[in-house]
Structure formats: structure tokens, C-alpha cells
Design a protein around this ligand. Structure first.
Ligand SMILES: [Zn+2]
Ligand SMILES: [Zn+2]
Length: 960
């Protein structure tokens, strides 16, 4: 309704402008302006009007020749008749807004030299006021020899009718000063003026005057008072006045209803309604429309439905006018289906109603229907306005059809809205969301007026952009004097997150605090996400503690973020906090927390979460299933991972990838390849991650030719460009097969420059095959790329040691210490009875160290009896052989193993140990022997892979 009103006003203004301009232009300009400014000081003697007419060409219409004026000039009786005729003519012109015709009548009056009676003076004032020529009306008024309350009221009502409330009040004061007393029409008009400019103070003074003058019982004055109080939000006063009015008057009741509806007081709207019905006052369609308008603005669906019911009862439901209000009400209350039901019955809905309907569908996420409705509207021949276009463009952003978006853009041009900020903002978003950032940027650049929404729309385009364009845009927003809002901050923080720029992120955080937005849930979530992704978990936790309210999305960001930042314990901690808060996790929260369990390799906590997943009914969700498979796999329980995988009904790419990669990690290459073939027959498209798994599987199975075939199929068949990880897998395949020449030429032909990963892989192959010459060259490269990494020195010295090149071993060791590189201490951990126990190499701090030592000695005795000889070449320290043996026997994984063997749940068939570094050759040999002596399976996950030790051999076939 409001829209409709605005449109009418606009239409009126537009059609008037040329007329008004003509009038204005015909005045001598400078004179006119000074007159306008001093309008209240107009001189009564100044006969501007006659001089004005002398400059306008007037051709009297043919009908005028028969006018009584010419025939019966002179007689007094005829004078009266003439005066009446002029008045009537001016009234017609005023009603129809025939400015030119009215001006000619005025000229005739001047020409005829007739003496004007007060009625004609008022008619003239009324005519000019109604035609919007307020200053001329004022001039006529000033020429009046005697001004009474009627002429004053005509002038005031002219100004008020044109929306100049303040001017109306000013004129009223002027009237007062002249000692003219108002009548009931004057008071009703001035009350309306107060209402227009919401001048409640003056209105209250008038109220007093109304009572004093005894006009309170007048219907117009009474309803004007009610309207004033209602519009100014003084509903108590409004209701009191309304109830005191002697006669029930529908107009004042409507005002009151509207006031309550606008204030969202549905209880009182309904109460008033009931009273109106009791008084048998006529509930016309305008009453209903008034209330519907209120219901729409306050989103009061309940009251809206009651009005709809009344419309049906009163039989006015089928009135187009009322139906349009119903559509508007249901749309604004978000009830698309109800709105559609009414809408479909309309014979010819106007543009406002079409727009309301399209906007509602768009906001309810029914974009396809919005688009269909829009094309129906277009084929009905209606011109869209900027609101229709903004809604349909917003709908298009979810449709993902760039061609359709372009069509709408053309439409915007065609109908002349290409310069409307509202439409352009929607267009920027639609292009960016549908994958054409450049088009969105082009629109932004050509806009003549940009608001904060325009900037925010552009900023959202940099969300997933790793460059710092988003941050630059943020700076520009500040430079252009805009005050960022929460959308600005969310987008900027997301930019910081994707470019991993936590330094700038911290500065943005400072701004957020300045604007006191840091306790806002949405901004807080963006901040948390930025901090956890940059691994600043402590900063993220500070925000969590400051938030007023934490919703599921925030919890999920915290929980998944901690897991990603390798803070598994914290991830699980916040999951428990969330449960205490009574917030139910969704599939993303669960998957996030499962990743936390994987990160700390806690199969115990993982299992607890697994049973929660089953209870909560999320077990078939592919996202959760992938996280479960991943968790069991990473915790060394490949069998459990397999069981979960097989129980899930539909497998997506991520789930296939997870199981394939886990099989490869656990040396079950055949199963990985079988899965891959299965995946293809089920038409699930593989991606880059699939090939990492499948190439690792080929490498471990030494299926060099098959590996090459898969590698080439990536580009030839699946259009997946290989990444450095894929190249490293190929180097591993060739290196493991001892094909060093081929590996080297492969590296030379790579489209990406080789990095540390490639050289480390090749160095590993050199160690296994004892390739001293190449190993030395590769190690040199690595010493330059990453001089601080200890494992490269150790690997090279192992290569020398295996070939008895002790001088070279010493040289590498010297190099290592001269570079200040320290060997990272070995660290292993094992979960026993749900508790994780951590052991450092040579650690003596464990509570049960004596029992562990005893177990170590017992095992060593058994192993020596089956032929175990410690291989001291793996000890790089310059100490005696006995000491070297002692050091070896206290490597962290052995301490963890012995602790597990002496613990209560040692009846487990499998011991699973996790280690931060690669397992050394001596421990590898030791574990193989232990697995046969103690009749237990031992699983060790080292820095690179899983080793399954069983009955004297390892799944890696001694290649790692
Ligand atoms: Zn070891
Ligand atoms: Zn192994």
C-alpha cells in the first residue's frame, strides 16, 4: 500500500512538473525568487498577478464566446450570476487541475473589471492551491481587500493539501495574529498539518483550543485529533479521544486501528475491531485495508488473517483493491502460499502487487517461481519498476544461470533503471555469485552513486580470493568515508581468512571492537573462523568467551577450527560445552569433532562420538560417514573404517576418497585399487584426492606401469591437472622401483618446479636402494631449500652408514651441528583405557618406569635368543657401542609398547602406537620380532605412514 501511494505521488508530481515549470518560468526570475523567500511579507498593493497575465498568451476556447458575461454586461443581477459562473468554472478547473484553463478564467475576471465577492476570492485561492501554485495562491490571498476565516482556511488547506504541514501551521499563526478566529474546518485542517510534520506539541495546544471553542463534537476535528495522536504514537490519547467522540465515526476508528496495527499491538487491534462490530459501524473495505496495511508493516499475521476472514464475511474479498492489500499483507508476513492464493484470483494486479508477490517468493527461497511470475508479468505488458527488478535480480543470484542474469541486466537497461543504486547492487551480487566477477566489477565501476551496500556487494566477491584485494577494498570503504557495518566486517574477515592474513585480521578486529560489534554472533563467528584458520586458537577462544550468545554455526566454527588447527583436545572440549548449552550438533559439527579425535588419534573419544552419531541418526550422512572412516583409519583401526564404509548406502566422491586413501596408508593397496574401479563403475567422478590415494597404492604395490597409466589418465581422461603431491607420488613409484634415471627425467619434465616434497621422496628411495651418488646430490639440494630440517641430514647419514662410509657420516653430523640443527626428540603415544600416555625418547618420568624397564629387558632377552642384533648405525651420537645400544632400547615407541604390554587391557590383540618422527630401522626390525614373540599385532603410525607388524613381518615390506 505504501508503495502504491508513493507511486501515485510520483505520477502526480511528474505530470505536474511541466505545468508548474511553465508557471514559474513565466515570472521574472529574480523577482520571483525573492518573492518566494519572503513569501510571508508579500505586499498587499503589489499587483503581481495582473503583470503576470500580461506575459501569458491566452486564446479563449470557442465555448467561451457564448458565455453570459459578454451578453449581459453591466446589470447588477447579471453581475451576481457572472460571479457564480466564474466560481463554478474555477471549481471545475481546481477539481480537474486544469491550470491553463483556470488561468484564462482568472484573466477574464481581471479583464471584465468586475468587483470580486468573497466567494470568488476563495475560489481563486482554492484553484491555485489545488493546482499546486501555492505562491500564486498566497499572492491572490494578499490582494484580497478583506480576509475572513474562510479565505484563510482555503489558503491553509491549499498548503496542507500539498503536504506543507509546517507552512500550514505558520499561516495559522499568522491568522491568529490578525485576530481571525478559526472555525471547525480551520482546526481540522491545521490538525492535519500537525499530523503531516508530526508536530505533537502544537497539536496538543490545538486540542485545548478545540475544547475551548466547543468544536470537539465535530466529526472532522475529532478524527483529525485521533489521527494526529495515532500517527505520533500517542495511542493512549488517541483511544481516549476516539472513545469520547459523541458519534462513532469510522474515520477516527480507522486512524486508531492503523495506529495500533503499526505499533504491532495486535491484541488491541482485535479488541477495537470487536467494538467496531458491536457498534454496527460500517466496516467498509477501506477500514479493512487500513488494518491490513498495519498488519503488513508490523508483520502481524494473526490480525491479518482475522481481517481476511472479515473481508470474506462482508463480501468485499473479491474487490481488487482489498485483494491487493491482502497479497501485500501475506507477502510481508512471509506467507507465500496464502499470498499466491489471493493473487491468482486477481483479474489485473497492479505493478505494486506483482512486485510484492515476486519479492515474497524471492525472500522465501522460491526463486524459480519468482522467475516464472516475472515472465508472466512481462507478457501481461506491465512495465516493471525498480522494486520488481531488484527482487527478480536477487532471485537470479540463487538460480546460478549467468545467461538469465544477463537477460535481466538487459531488462534493467531497457526500462531505464541502469542508474538505480538498488538495482545495481543486486546486479553486482548476481554476477559475482554466478561466477562472473568481472561483470559485477564493471557495474560497480560505472555506478554514479554507490552506497555501503554497493561496496559490501563487491567485497563479498573477494571471500574466497587468496589475494589481498578484499583488504584493499576494505581500506577504500574507509577512505570513502563509509562506516562499515557487520556485513562489511564479515566479508573483510573472510578475506583475511582465505588469504591467511591474521595480522590484518587483528587490525580489523580492533575496528570491530571500536564499533562494539565484537559481541555480535555473526561477526564473532567470522572472527573465530579467521583466528582458527590462522592457527591462533587462543585468540579465537577469547572471542568465544565474549560472545553474548553462541549459536550452532559459531560452535561448529570453533569445533571444526580447533580440529583443523590440530587442537583436537580443545575441539572435543568445546563439543562438550555445546552439549551443556543444550545446542544440538548438526552433521558439520559432528564431522568437525570427529576430525578433532583423528588429530589426537583418540579412538576412545572417537568411539564415544560414533555412538552419539548413531543415536542422533546422522550415521547415513555422507559427510559424517567420511569423518568416521577417516577417524578410524587415522587411529589405526582400518577394519572399523571398512565396516563403516560398507554400511553407508550412498557413497560420494569424498567418502570414496577417504577409504581409498586409508587403504593406501595401511598398505592395503589391492583394496584401494578395487575401490577405485568400483567408484568408476558407479559413475562417481574421481578428483585430485582420489588420485593421491590410488597412486600411493600403486607405489606400495610396486605396480609401476599401472601407476603411470593412472597418472596419465588424470589429464587425458578426467581433466584433472596434477599438483605437486601427484608428482611426488610418481617420483615415489619410480624411486621405489629403482628407476632413478626415469625419476630424474620425470622431475625435469614436470610442469611445476620441484619442491622439498619431491626431493625428500627421492632421497627416501636413495636410502632404500643405497644410491649414494644420487642421494648425496639430492640431499645437497634439500640442505639449501630447508637447512633446518633434521630428517634430511639423518637420512643422508643413514645412506653413508649403510655403505660403511663412516667419514661421511661424521661429516654430515658436523654439518648438522654447524648449522645449529637439532634432532627433534622422538615422541610416541599410546591410548590405554581411554587415557593417552606420552613417551619421549630416553624418558624416565613415567610413574611405572621401573615395570616398563623390566619389560624392556625381558623382551630384549627373548629377542636376542631368536637372533636380534641391535643395529647401532641408527644412533648418530658419538658414544660407545654399549651406550648406543642403551639409547636404542629407550626409543620412545619401545617405551610406549612395553607400557601397553604391562597395562590392564593388555588382552587386546592389537597395540596401536603413534610417533611424531619416522621409525628408525632398528626399531622397525625390533617390532617385527616382537610381533612374533609376544603373539600380538603392533600398529605404528610414524610421520609418513602406518606399519602393521604381524607374525614377524611388516605391511610396508621394509620400504618407508
Ligand atoms: Zn628406533
Ligand atoms: Zn614397516
Amino acid at each position: 500500500m505504501e508503495l502504491l501511494h508513493c507511486q501515485h505521488l510520483n505520477m502526480r508530481r511528474r505530470s505536474q512538473t511541466p505545468l508548474t515549470n511553465l508557471l514559474f518560468n513565466s515570472f521574472p526570475k529574480s523577482h520571483f525568487i525573492s518573492q518566494f523567500i519572503n513569501s510571508h511579507k508579500f505586499s498587499k498593493k503589489n499587483s503581481l498577478i495582473s503583470s503576470y497575465f500580461s506575459s501569458v498568451q491566452i486564446n479563449p476556447p470557442a465555448a467561451e464566446s457564448n458565455s453570459p458575461i459578454r451578453k449581459k454586461n453591466g446589470s447588477k443581477r447579471w453581475d451576481k450570476e457572472k460571479l457564480r459562473w466564474f466560481s463554478g468554472k474555477l471549481r471545475d478547473c481546481a477539481e480537474n487541475r486544469f491550470l491553463e484553463e483556470g488561468k484564462m478564467v482568472h484573466k477574464e475576471i481581471v479583464d471584465s473589471g468586475i468587483e470580486l465577492d468573497s466567494h470568488l476570492w476563495v475560489s481563486l485561492i482554492n484553484f491555485y492551491a489545488k493546482c499546486g501554485c501555492l505562491s500564486v495562491a498566497r499572492q491572490v490571498f494578499d490582494e484580497m481587500p478583506q480576509r475572513d476565516v474562510v479565505s484563510w482556511t482555503a489558503l491553509i488547506s491549499g498548503f496542507v493539501g500539498e503536504g506543507s504541514g509546517a507552512e500550514g501551521i505558520r499561516l495559522f499563526c499568522e491568522m491568529h495574529e490578525e485576530g481571525v478566529n478559526p472555525n471547525e474546518f480551520t482546526l481540522a485542517t491545521v490538525l492535519k498539518a500537525c499530523c503531516l510534520c508530526l508536530n505533537l506539541e502544537f497539536g496538543k495546544q490545538l486540542h485545548g483550543e478545540v475544547v475551548k471553542a466547543g468544536f470537539f463534537s465535530d466529526g472532522h476535528v475529532g478524527s483529525a485529533l485521533v489521527d494526529l495522536y495515532a500517527k505520533c504514537g500517542e495511542l493512549e490519547y488517541a483511544e481516549k479521544v476516539c472513545l469520547c467522540l459523541p458519534k462513532e465515526n469510522a474515520v477516527s476508528w480507522n486512524s486508531l486501528l492503523n495506529g495500533f496495527a503499526l505499533a504491532g499491538d495486535d491484541q488491541r487491534v482485535l479488541r477495537l475491531f470487536c467494538r467496531m462490530k458491536e457498534t454496527e459501524m460500517k466496516l467498509n473495505k477501506y477500514t479493512l485495508c487500513t488494518v491490513l496495511k498495519g498488519c503488513a508493516s508490523s508483520g502481524n499475521l494473526k490480525a491479518g488473517r482475522i481481517v481476511h476472514g472479515m473481508a470474506i464475511v462482508s463480501g468485499s474479498e473479491d474487490e481488487e483493491f482489498l485483494s491487493c492489500s491482502l497479497v501485500d499483507m501475506y507477502s510481508k508476513c512471509g506467507r507465500a502460499d496464502d499470498a499466491l492464493k489471493v493473487f491468482r484470483k486477481l483479474k489485473s494486479p497492479d505493478i505494486v502487487t506483482w512486485s510484492a508477490m515476486i519479492c515474497c517468493l524471492e525472500q522465501q527461497g522460491r526463486e524459480q517461481e519468482a522467475a516464472e511470475l516475472f515472465s508472466m508479468m512481462m507478457s501481461s505488458g506491465l512495465r516493471p519498476n525498480q522494486f520488481t527488478l531488484t527482487s527478480i535480480v536477487s532471485a537470479a543470484k540463487e538460480l546460478g544461470d549467468l545467461r538469465y542474469s544477463r537477460c535481466l541486466h538487459a531488462c534493467v537497461h531497457k526500462y531505464g533503471f541502469a542508474d538505480e543504486t538498488l538495482v545495481n547492487n543486486a546486479l553486482i551480487t548476481v554476477y559475482i555469485k554466478n561466477g562472473s566477477f568481472d561483470d559485477g566489477y564493471k557495474i560497480f565501476n560505472t555506478m554514479s552513486h554507490r552506497d555501503l551496500v554497493s561496496w559490501n556487494s563487491l567485497l563479498a566477491g573477494f571471500h574466497d580470493n587468496k589475494s589481498s584485494d578484499g583488504l584493499r577494498t576494505f581500506k577504500k570503504i574507509l577512505e570513502n568515508g563509509f562506516k562499515p557495518n557487520m556485513f562489511t566486517y564479515i566479508s573483510t574477515l573472510r578475506s583475511c581468512t582465505s588469504s591467511l592474513n591474521s595480522e590484518v585480521g587483528k587490525q580489523v578486529h580492533g575496528q570491530v571492537i571500536k564499533q562494539s560489534l565484537d559481541s555480535d554472533c555473526y561477526v564473532g563467528t567470522a572472527l573465530i573462523d579467521m583466528y582458527v584458520k590462522s592457527k591462533c586458537v587462543n585468540d579465537a577462544e577469547k572471542i568465544v568467551n565474549r560472545l553474548n550468545e553462541i549459536d550452532l554455526f559459531t560452535w561448529t566454527a570453533v569445533i571444526s577450527g580447533c580440529a583443523q588447527a590440530d587442537e583436537g583436545e580443545k575441539s572435543i572440549f568445546y563439543f562438550k560445552q555445546m552439549q551443556k548449552d543444550g545446542v544440538k550438533p548438526n552433521e558439520f559439527t559432528l564431522a568437525g569433532c570427529l576430525r578433532g579425535c583423528s588429530a589426537i588419534t583418540s579412538v576412545n573419544k572417537g568411539k564415544q562420538l560414533h555412538s552419539f552419531v548413531i543415536k542422533d541418526g546422522h550415521v547415513d550422512d555422507p559427510f559424517v560417514a567420511s569423518a568416521l572412516v577417516d577417524m578410524y583409519g587415522k587411529c589405526g583401526c582400518i577394519k572399523d573404517a571398512e565396516t563403516i564404509f560398507e554400511a553407508v548406502e550412498s557413497h560420494d566422491t569424498v567418502l570414496w576418497n577417504t577409504i581409498i586413501n586409508q587403504y593406501a596408508q595401511h598398505d592395503q593397496g589391492e583394496k584401494a585399487i578395487k575401490c577405485f574401479e568400483n567408484m568408476l563403475t558407479k559413475n562417481v567422478p574421481p578428483d585430485g584426492v582420489t588420485f593421491i590415494g590410488i597412486l600411493s597404492a600403486c607405489s606400495r604395490l610396486r605396480l609401476t606401469e599401472l601407476g603411470k597409466k593412472y597418472f596419465h589418465s588424470m589429464t587425458d581422461v578426467y581433466n584433472i591437472p596434477p599438483t605437486i603431491e601427484h608428482y611426488a607420488c610418481m617420483v615415489d613409484i619410480l624411486g621405489r622401483d629403482g628407476k632413478f634415471n626415469e625419476a630424474e627425467s620425470f622431475i625435469n619434465q614436470m610442469t611445476l618446479p620441484p619442491n622439498n616434497l619431491i626431493w625428500e621422496t627421492l632421497l627416501g628411495a636413495c636410502k632404500v636402494h643405497g644410491n649414494v651418488e644420487l642421494g648425496q646430490r639430492v640431499a645437497e639440494k634439500l640442505f639449501q631449500i630447508e637447512p633446518e630440517v633434521d630428517s634430511n641430514y639423518i637420512m643422508l647419514s643413514n645412506i653413508f652408514a649403510a655403505n660403511g662410509m663412516w667419514d661421511d657420516v661424521a661429516r654430515v653430523r658436523a654439518l648438522m651441528s654447524s648449522q645449529g640443527v637439532k634432532k627433534e626428540p622422538g615422541c610416541s603415544w599410546v591410548e590405554v583405557n581411554g587415557q593417552t600416555h606420552v613417551f619421549l625418547s630416553q624418558d624416565t618420568s613415567h610413574l611405572r618406569i621401573l615395570e616398563i624397564d623390566e619389560k624392556l629387558r625381558e623382551l630384549e632377552r627373548k629377542l636376542v635368543s631368536v637372533g636380534y642384533v641391535p643395529d647401532t648405525e641408527y644412533v648418530l651420537r658419538n658414544v660407545s657401542d654399549v651406550e648406543k645400544r642403551e639409547i636404542l632400547s629407550h626409543h620412545s615407541e619401545r617405551l610406549a609398547l612395553c607400557f601397553s604390554l604391562i597395562s590392564k587391557d593388555s588382552n587386546n590383540k592389537t597395540v596401536t602406537i603413534f610417533k611424531n618422527l619416522r621409525i628408525c630401522g632398528d626399531c622397525h626390525n625390533y617390532m617385527k620380532l616382537v610381533s612374533s614373540v609376544v603373539n600380538k599385532d603392533i600398529v605404528i603410525r610414524d610421520a609418513k605412514r602406518f606399519h602393521h607388524f604381524k607374525e614377524g613381518s611388516c605391511s610396508c615390506q621394509d620400504y618407508w
